[in-house]
Design a protein around this ligand. Structure first.
Ligand code: BEZ
Length: 211
């Protein structure tokens, strides 16, 4: 069965381009982004891993450790990394798991046989410091991911983990947020001193509380 939000992200030990990693231990108290790509030496994947490396500072700011995976072996990853670096003008600064025996792909249900028997789809898992899965996304091989969207969701996840707010459609960091239904409007007025705008009894906006 596939993994669901709130499940514990399965632990594993894997060989990576940065040595052997015990996943939970490696995550420590950080957030995690585990994402699969179909294969090394493919064009879309080359842009995705480069984009991820270019966003290093953005992930660090959010205390997110990034790790990629495909079913290619370590030798293949190590031969491909210089291409990613050359094409994108950046150092690949995160580990890539060599999952030749499909341990990680199986644990995280990353092979969808009706799409491809052999390769992982483009799965995304955001994992909280409690090791629970906070976000899953699945893209086909033909569509490169939008890493700005992944950062945007992480911003929302980190905000809503700490405040009784949710984020509306197309929200981005700095925009107004929504008071969660569990908080009454009376309580919201006390909790959110920047103000509460009641559009409907169930739709109450408040400025982003941590800004
Ligand atoms: C790519 O990364 O470019 C790719 C990989 C598998 C199928 C199609 C495209």
């Amino acid at each position: 069965m596939s993994l669901r939000l709130g499940d514990i992200a399965p632990d594993f030990t894997a060989e990576t381009t940065q040595g052997t990693i015990h996943f939970h231990e490696w995550l420590g108290n950080s957030w995690g982004l585990l994402f699969s790509h179909p294969a090394d030496f493919t064009p879309v994947c080359t842009t995705e891993l480069g984009k991820t490396a270019l966003l290093k500072g953005e992930f660090e700011k959010r205390n997110v450790k990034v790790i990629a995976v495909s079913v290619d072996d370590l030798d293949s990853h190590n031969r491909w990394v210089p291409d990613i670096q050359e094409v994108n003008g950046v150092e690949v600064n995160f580990p890539i798991i060599a999952d030749g025996d499909r341990t990680v792909a199986t644990l995280y249900d990353m092979i969808h046989p009706n799409a491809s028997e052999k390769a992982t789809v483009r799965s995304v898992f955001v994992i909280g410091p409690d090791k629970k899965i906070k976000l899953t996304l699945t893209y086909p091989a033909s569509t490169g991911r939008n890493f700005q969207e992944i950062l945007r969701v992480i911003d929302s996840l980190q905000l809503t983990a700490n405040y009784q707010v949710a984020t509306p459609a197309d929200w981005k960091d700095g925009d107004d947020t929504i008071v969660v239904p569990a908080v009454s409007t009376e309580d919201a007025i006390n909790k959110f001193p920047k103000g509460v705008n009641v559009v409907k009894p169930y739709l109450r906006y408040t400025p982003q509380p941590n800004k």
